[in-house]
Design a protein around this ligand. Structure first.
Ligand SMILES: C[S@@+](CC[C@H](N)C(=O)[O-])C[C@H]1O[C@@H](n2cnc3c(N)ncnc32)[C@H](O)[C@@H]1O
Length: 247
């Protein structure tokens, strides 16, 4: 089992794996939250931007949007999708920006890739440093205490004469600050099957701890994980959308 082949050797399959994600709805929702909680400024950075789908939408909304990721193969695809944008190869836990920003996003639970609580703290501090006053940090997260190790998302897609099946699920042992994301890819071409398994180490945190880490830097709002409507977090759901306004 590899750790992160999906973002390196198998990065060509990433967009297929995400084919059923509504990136437009996610981007629209976060733009609306930025309008409600932030300023009118349009300088945007997407952390762990992957192949750049959100950067594409934010540019199309009129933002000056750029992306950052730790894997160059992902950035190469992002650059093809968004030729006008700048992408930088950096760790989201220790990044630098040339100018202050109005909005920083981190989608698809990628903030958990910080991997450990001290690195998550460093990520939050880097984000705070990179934002202008009243700048907004928006990301989604999963509460470690709500993880069901038996729950997997699975979907299939046909592409270029092959059938693909992708599945992903969280795994948390029930204590400590480490969880993992388990991913599998199956590809069948003319009856010949290939399969790959990835296990990505991630930081595990509950939403009370996460709010406590954010509150020294930000006014923190937590919403239900719903990109269609803005509903305050009910205190129980395991998935949430965090909107953090720089103090
Ligand atoms: C699940 S993908 C999400 C990509 C994109 N945000 C999306 O919504 O499709 C996670 C991304 O995080 C990146 N990543 C992992 N660790 C990182 C780190 N420490 N700093 C920056 N990016 C990282 C990976 O290379 C990958 O592109």
């Amino acid at each position: 089992m590899s750790t992160n082949a999906l973002y390196t050797d198998l990065s060509g399959y990433y967009d297929l794996m995400c084919a059923d994600i509504d990136y437009q709805a996610q981007s629209n929702s976060v733009r609306r939250l930025h309008q409600l909680f932030g300023s009118a400024g349009k300088d945007h950075l997407d952390l762990a931007c992957g192949t750049g789908p959100h950067v594409r939408h934010f540019i199309d909304f009129g933002y000056h949007s750029r992306g950052l990721d730790i894997n160059q193969p992902m950035l190469d695809m992002a650059q093809l999708r968004c030729p006008e944008a700048q992408f930088s190869l950096q760790d989201m836990c220790a990044f630098q920006v040339a100018e202050p920003l109005d909005l920083i996003t981190c989608f698809l639970y990628s903030i958990h890739y910080s991997g450990a609580i001290d690195r998550l703290k460093a990520c939050i501090a880097s984000v705070h440093h990179a934002l202008r006053d009243n700048g907004v940090f928006c990301f989604n997260a999963v509460d470690k205490n709500q993880i069901d190790n038996n729950s997997f998302a699975r979907h299939t897609v046909e592409h270029d004469g092959s059938q693909f099946a992708f599945s992903s699920g969280w795994n948390y042992c029930g204590h400590g600050d480490k969880q993992s994301l388990r991913l599998s890819i199956e590809k069948i071409t003319q009856g010949v099957k290939q399969s790959w398994e990835d296990e990505h180490p991630m930081v595990a945190v509950d939403f009370i701890e996460l709010q406590a880490l954010l509150q020294p830097y930000f006014e923190v709002h937590v919403f239900e994980h719903d990109y269609e409507k803005i509903v305050p977090w009910n205190g129980l759901s395991g998935n949430g959308l965090f909107v953090c306004v720089k103090n």
